[in-house]
Design a protein around this ligand. Structure first.
Ligand code: GDP
Ligand code: CA
Length: 318
């Protein structure tokens, strides 16, 4: 049988776990559309944290304990920068710096960011395609209660998600053009999966690129989203506090409402079955599973369940 074409929309850590699970199956041809809105310049270098988390994870080079960054990493370059008086709150490792230097050099030369991401993934031995939703610069901006606009990394790393968020904007989004690769992957997909990534700052800036949501709506493939909330909590990160401070439900129901018109199914945790009635009434049809991915086996099992949900006729599942 030809492998199923699966197109995954993914942010960083939660997205990469789902990508690894899908990539573990031989009957899947995986394409991942990542998030570029966390990108930012540090020390003159263009850093693309979510794309690199996908690449490092799928290459088996990720620091498994933290879920991001490279394993067996050192920080000597950062020590030098600190000695020279640079701001070093953004932790960038020595191995990681090599990639940022390469990316920056190629961008300066005028290469397409998509081509750079593809070549980097290939060099690292990654089999799935890692695509960018746009080659244009789109950046998340977060307005705090005290009226400051922060970049994602300023909010997330420098201020450790402490400020309360009033508003989220994506600079450059209006003018951004989708990449032909991302549009083609969506159109050709047999299954579209929305990873359990932060809906507001990982998935929203993919969906917001003009043309991407339209392509998703036009696609005939089933669309299955996975909740990043388990038992009313996020596994990690600020999605719960962000959603709450924007007046949204910070739980699987909030996710269901968000993906109501986009996804056919929402995979949620058994721990959230108290929300079943509300989710069934307001969101995509729920499917209950264990959605915490700790081990490689957890990731592969959840991915298999999603594939079964999409491709096994209902009678066979009963
Ligand atoms: P980031 O860019 O590194 O913040 O990563 P993502 O946006 O891709 O993912 C962040 C989200 O992943 C958080 O809201 C977490 O709750 C969620 N997440 C992390 N690990 C898991 C997991 O094992 N299972 C599920 N369902 N969600 C997870
Ligand atoms: Ca991210």
């Amino acid at each position: 049988m030809n492998p199923r074409k699966v197109c995954l929309l993914a942010g960083g850590v939660g997205g990469a776990k789902m990508a690894e699970g899908l990539a573990a199956h031989d009957d899947v041809a995986l394409t991942v559309i990542g998030n570029v809105a966390d990108d930012e310049s540090f020390h003159g270098l263009w850093v693309s944290p979510d794309i690199d988390t996908l690449t490092y994870s799928l290459a088996g080079r990720i620091d498994r304990a933290q879920g991001w960054g490279v394993a067996d990493e050192g920080h000597r370059a950062l020590e030098t920068l600190k000695l020279l008086g640079a701001e070093t709150w953004m932790s960038l490792g020595d191995r990681d710096f090599g990639l940022h230097i390469h990316r920056t050099m190629r961008r300066a030369r005028g290469d397409r960011p998509s081509d750079i991401a593809r070549d980097v993934a290939r060099a690292f031995g990654v089999t799935p395609a890692i695509l960018l939703p746009t080659d244009d610069v789109v950046q998340t901006r977060l307005r705090t209660t005290d009226g400051r606009w922060l970049s994602f990394q300023e909010y997330f790393v420098r201020e450790r998600c402490a400020p309360e968020i009033r508003e989220i904007a994506f600079s450059g989004m209006d003018m951004a053009r989708p990449t032909p690769e991302a549009l083609a992957a969506i159109t050709a997909a047999d299954l579209i999966v929305i990873a359990p990534s932060n809906p507001l700052v990982s998935i929203a800036p993919i969906l917001g690129v003009p043309g991407i949501t339209e392509a998703l709506r036009a696609a005939t493939a089933p669309k299955i989203a996975v909740s990043p909330f388990i038992d009313g909590r996020v596994v990690k990160g600020p999605a719960d506090r962000m959603m709450a401070s924007l007046g949204l439900r910070a739980d699987a129901l909030g996710v269901a409402r968000r993906y109501r018109t986009l996804a056919d199914r929402l995979v949620i945790d058994h721990a959230d079955d108290a929300l079943a009635a509300e989710i069934a009434a307001e969101g995509p049809a729920p499917h209950y599973s264990d959605i915490l991915m700790k081990s490689q086996a957890d990731k592969a099992r959840l991915a298999r369940e999603i594939l079964d949900l999409a491709f096994t006729p209902a009678e066979a599942m009963a």
